[in-house]
Design a protein around this ligand. Sequence first.
Ligand code: ZN
Length: 100
Amino acid sequence: MPGSEEIGDDGIGVEKGDGLQLPQQPAFPRGPPRSRNYSWAELMRRVWRIDVLECPACHGRMRILAAIHSPEAIRAILDCLGLPSRAPPVASAALEQDCE
Ligand SMILES: [Zn+2]
């Protein structure tokens, strides 16, 4: 059924249909990683020591519902929220100043 949601073995919701895809691994794997394929959340924790899945308001656990890859869908969501949906223009390099 398009757009339906199931709960996977890892407790993460699995969105079906509508072109939405989910990460294939849980955000915080139980135990040490078996390989160098760290999840995004694990990489953020290791590099920046931040827990991206902790709610900033209540400090509860957040869960990833879906990853949206379609540029059209991303643009539509950002436009609907009134957020910029285009990358800022690339600034030209500053002219070299005389270094005398
Ligand atoms: Zn919260």
